[in-house]
Design a binder for this molecule. Structure first.
Ligand code: PEP
Ligand code: CO
Length: 446
């Protein structure tokens, strides 16, 4: 029998991937202060997202989740936020147009500041130093001092998440995301590329349709066209931080983790009897769970049942990340087991995390073709099993970075160093992201 859940019940379970905060007193102070600060998102918004994800489970909507692998404090600027939002809006338009169903837009943004690592330490220039665990813990700068976990970074992460959300809300509610502005989301440096031109053509069709509606007297001055729904998500990793933003909803009495609308549990921290599963089972947010090739079927079923005992559609998104070479053997047995158990889940593909390798130049990278190939298998395998491929999960940025090789421009190994900015995993750049969306559009075209 499980003991009763409280927002602190996870303290009795082993918590993997937590920073070793050297100053416990400061850590407690920061969390106490965070727990009195306003929530970042509201229960009503979280419920709305869950409803949209339930639509995706039923095939009436499609989830697009994406953003940085790891957000950086120094990159919390208006242009960065705007460019990431633009790319996601562009991809959403492409997918909506092709798939003929609403696209639920969820950013890896406004709080994606904590990273799990495969090793506690790394060797830099022959010296062993603590690993970088995200800006909410330490600095990516490779010195022993910079890598000391500092709890005040959680406080800073909270305020920067608030600033990011504030701008996202302004952009999505204040006209920037209005469909009338579909052309304006195309970035200058992308416009002249083949992808940019394909996008322009699509944007023209949408403008014409809007124009036509106006001409025949149908108002386009409606919130559906003038505003976008945009939600935030991050990996729920540092449980003290998540606990401090967990609040009881005064209207319904349920508990919500108000640090983001959707939270996911990483492939490294999804132990059935671990602290992360214990914490997340009690909050009512929609949850994602990453599943990598090392999974055990019964274990996954037990975790889903633990996290979603009422089998509520929209609560659980399984984000599979098997790699282009392994998805063929890893995904079908999982789909069959989940189906046999009658569990309602949203099937979502993260084609990034199991396709990472080190290039000859020493950069961590991913090949556009591997990403596309895993996605293609994901769609085909779901269709073959009679399940719904309901979403995709990307690491991407609106910047013109050179982090993933391949794509229409055939970015090569030797070019990775031109503009390699990520402190963690390699992201698709704006053009590669658009290209990916056009490729998915071909797969889902109705
Ligand atoms: C991530 O999404 O950045 C991540 C660490 O993923 P995973 O848990 O799938 O390795
Ligand atoms: Co990553």
């Amino acid at each position: 029998m499980l003991k009763e859940w409280t927002k602190t019940s996870w303290h009795d379970y082993p918590a993997l991937q937590q920073p070793k905060w050297p100053d416990r007193q400061k850590y407690d102070q920061v969390l106490a202060s965070l727990s009195t600060l306003p929530p970042l998102v509201f229960a009503g918004e979280i419920r709305e997202l869950k409803k949209l994800l339930a639509d995706a489970v039923a095939g009436r909507a499609f989830l697009l989740q994406g953003g940085d692998c790891s957000e950086e404090f120094a990159h919390c600027t208006a242009p960065n936020i705007r460019e990431t939002l633009k790319v996601l809006l562009q991809m959403a338009v492409i997918l909506t147009y092709a798939g003929g169903k609403p696209v639920v837009k969820v950013g890896r943004i406004a709080g994606q500041y904590a990273k799990p690592r495969s090793s506690d330490t790394e060797i830099v220039n022959g010296v062993e130093i603590p690993s970088y665990r995200g800006d909410m813990c330490n600095s990516a700068e490779p010195t022993p001092e910079a890598r000391v976990p500092d709890p005040e970074r959680m406080q800073k992460g909270y305020f920067l998440s608030a600033a990011t959300l504030n701008l996202l809300r302004a952009f999505t509610r204040g006209g920037f995301a209005a469909l009338h502005r579909v052309h304006a989301w195309n970035q200058e440096f992308v416009k002249q590329s083949p992808m940019g031109r394909s996008y322009e053509r699509l944007a023209n069709q949408i403008s014409q349709a809007l124009n036509f509606m106006e001409v025949i007297g149908i108002s386009t001055d409606v919130p559906q066209l003038k505003q976008a729904h945009f939600f935030t998500s991050h990996e729920a990793l540092f449980l003290g931080y998540e606990e401090s933003l967990t609040r009881e909803d005064s209207t319904t009495g349920g508990w919500y983790d108000c640090s983001a609308h959707m939270l996911w549990i990483g492939d490294r921290t999804r132990q059935l009897d671990g602290a992360h599963v214990e914490f997340l089972r009690g909050v009512l947010n929609p949850l994602g769970m990453k599943v990598g090739p090392q999974y055990e079927t019964d274990d996954i079923l037990s975790i889903i049942e633990r996290l979603n005992p009422d089998n509520e559609p929209g609560r659980m998104t399984l984000i599979t990340r098997f790699g282009a070479g392994k998805i063929d053997c890893c995904l079908p047995p999982l789909i069959r087991a989940v189906k046999r158990a009658g569990l309602n889940v949203l099937w979502c593909c993260d084609p990034m995390h199991a396709n990472t390798f080190t290039a000859a130049s020493g950069h961590k990278t991913r090949n556009f073709d591997d990403i596309l190939s895993e996605l293609r298998c994901f769609f085909e395998l779901n269709w073959a099993e009679g399940t719904i491929p309901g979403g995709v999960h990307f690491e991407l940025t609106g910047d013109n970075v050179t982090e993933c090789i391949g794509g229409a421009r055939q970015l090569a190994d030797e070019q990775l160093s031109l503009n390699y900015l990520t402190t963690c995993d390699p992201r698709l750049n704006a053009e590669q992201s658009l290209e990916m969306a056009f490729q998915i559009a071909e797969m889902i075209r109705t």
